[in-house]
Write a protein of this length. Structure first.
Length: 249
């Protein structure tokens, strides 16, 4: 099993073999899990879960796999969450929202995504949410949230269209393009999220968007154009970058 995984390019073949072994109920199921992994399916989709902020986030095939660097985004959202509503846009499996709910069990939390498979997956991961809804960014949210949201958090797609083809096969072949492709400069979805944020944020509320170190100045400029006060945050350990923006009081 280890040899098969290693020959398929799995760098941590021994660790993956142990996880697959633990997930299988018998040898027949184990063989099928190994076959799926060797075929290129992401390990997390094969297992049916991904570890994120110490949680097991359930995953279905074809749903975007939460990255470890996005834990930094979740930590920033947790730190800014108080008594007001929290919204995760482009939620995927709802990993960030789940981490916020664990830290703040009573928060009024909404998660939204345009992908029906992601919404179904997120609903299972967010039993304590006020709403897990399908729709295009803010259009999915109830109107009564306008001007009340304390934190909007989004890991919107930010890979430039021309660079999607250079992503690892696990991502570009087995994750939805809508979760990866951020348009010509990678900022198309971020641009829309930032532009509409002031209509939804409460005074003093914050927008948090994951981006790359290279794109961070462009993301921050979008915040400024929208009337938000931006700051760029970076975690060297995870190589993670987040731009945070506050709506002035």
């Amino acid at each position: 099993m280890v040899a098969a995984l290693r020959s398929a390019g799995c760098v941590f073949a021994e660790d993956e073999a142990a996880l697959l072994h633990d997930a299988a109920h018998d040898d027949t199921e184990l063989a099928e899990l190994v076959r799926r992994r060797v075929s290129g399916l992401p390990l997390e989709q094969v297992l049916g879960w991904a570890e994120f902020c110490g949680l097991r986030i359930s995953l279905s095939p074809g749903v975007f796999v939460p990255r470890r660097r996005t834990e930094f985004l979740a930590e920033q959202a947790i730190a800014l969450t108080g008594s007001g509503p929290v919204v995760e846009l482009c939620c995927g499996a709802g990993a960030v929202a789940a981490a916020v709910l664990v830290a703040h069990p009573s928060v009024e939390l909404y998660a939204a995504d345009v992908d029906p498979a992601a919404v179904s997956c997120a609903a299972g991961n967010l039993p304590g949410a006020a709403g897990v809804v399908r729709g295009d960014l803010y259009r999915a949210l109830p109107d009564e949230l306008r001007g009340r949201v304390e934190v909007v958090v989004a890991n919107a797609p930010y890979v430039p269209t021309g660079e999607v083809g250079m992503m690892p096969p696990e991502a570009r072949l087995h994750e939805p393009a809508v979760a990866l492709d951020g348009g010509a400069d990678g900022l198309d979805i971020q641009r829309r999220v930032a532009a509409e944020a002031p209509r939804w944020l409460a005074p003093g509320g914050n927008l948090l968007i994951e981006t790359s170190r290279r794109q961070a100045p462009g993301t921050a400029a979008l915040f400024t154009e929208a009337g938000l006060l931006p700051r760029i945050l970076h975690c060297e350990e995870r190589d993670a970058t987040v731009v945070a923006g506050t709506r002035p009081r």
